[in-house]
Design a protein around this ligand. Structure first.
Ligand SMILES: [Fe+2]
Length: 330
């Protein structure tokens, strides 16, 4: 990238000159980049995340066949992406496929950095890149027909090609990433670019999920802010412009895909009984459960749980129905 602003009358100082090629490695770039974030001097308290759900992890072949299936976007989603420059899509990967990816990434990070990203506060933003050529499992995700098709559909183009993959893991205690416009980071002469961020675990608000300023046009508000290679000035100034202009920022948690479930019981369940069922469903499906609970005395006894297309019916009404149909068969 070069500083092509011909109106600049003064000589570019080294602190803002981005024309020089990066002469260190990929990890050094991320260590530098995260140092440009304005964390307000705040060090927030370190808290423990909820444990990961104990769900069945699919085999490599199951992941490949899951990711070969299309994920259909609605016109509304495509329009939303074009207008806002981002979209958060739920359940692109099953919870099992997400946690399988996580386990593989943790292994790769441990191997490269000789640290366990799950343990201790070490403040760094660890990165690996272009992993797919040497890792068959990562290739299944990175080159998956599902991701390729979602990217092509969002851009309304017939096909896409991969620029690179990136594994990014913030260690506990690592602060913000500075505000930026992704387009500035690609040496590509096109705006038809999608960065597909795949959270490899649930990301609650306290963990600092991705934030998106929107709509797409807001980048024009900060075009005039001069980038600085040292210090947090650029990040701080962008935040100030956003605040002054009341720019909307989407900062919401990432779950392992929300699942809608229905629970119908013959007699009223206590609150803690409903919570227990919710917890059990969470550990089985690995997803936040939106539970719609009703009482239906016609069931006589027992309950019905329906999670998407899966129905568990142990109500007396159903048992009587089964006995009746067996008697008819006899
Ligand atoms: Fe980015």
């Amino acid at each position: 990238m070069t500083n092509s602003n011909k109106k600049l009358k003064y000589k570019t100082s080294d602190n803002v000159d981005i024309s020089k090629p990066w002469d260190k490695d990929n990890q050094a770039w991320w260590d530098w980049y995260v140092s440009l974030a304005d964390n307000d001097g705040k060090q927030s308290e370190i808290i423990n995340a909820d444990p990961l759900p104990n769900i069945v992890i699919p085999s490599n072949d199951e992941v490949v066949s899951e990711l070969a299936e299309p994920y259909y976007l609605t016109n509304y989603q495509i329009d939303f992406f074009k207008k806002n420059g981002f979209i958060k899509l739920k359940r692109v990967f099953s919870p099992g496929a997400v946690l399988k990816l996580r386990a593989e990434l943790i292994n790769l990070l441990k191997e490269e950095f000789k640290v366990d990203p799950d343990k201790g506060a070490q403040d760094r933003f660890l990165s690996l890149e272009v992993i797919w050529p040497d890792n068959a499992l990562l290739r299944a995700y990175v080159l998956s027909p599902r991701l390729g098709q979602i990217s092509a559909d969002l851009l309304t183009v017939p096909a896409v090609r991969l620029y690179h993959d990136n594994v990014l893991a913030k260690q506990t205690g690592c602060g913000r990433t500075p505000w930026h416009f992704d387009d500035h980071h690609f040496p590509l002469d096109t705006n038809d670019v999608v960065t597909a961020w795949i959270p490899a675990q649930p990301i609650p608000l306290e963990m600092g999920p991705l934030s998106f300023a929107y709509p797409l046009d807001v980048h024009k508000l900060v075009n005039a802010v001069t980038f600085e290679k040292t210090g947090t000035g650029y990040d701080r100034k962008v935040s100030e412009v956003f605040l002054k202009n009341n720019v909307s920022v989407n900062e919401t948690p990432f779950e392992l895909g929300e699942v809608n479930a229905k629970l119908i019981s013959a007699k009223e369940l206590k609150e803690d009984e409903v919570e227990k069922i919710k917890k059990e469903l969470f550990s089985k499906f690995g997803s936040k459960i939106n539970l719609d609970y009703k009482v239906d005395k016609d069931l006589i006894s027992g309950l019905i749980i329906q999670v998407e297309s899966i129905m568990i019916d142990n109500s007396m009404k159903n048992k009587l129905k089964q006995i009746k149909s067996q008697m008819i068969e006899v």
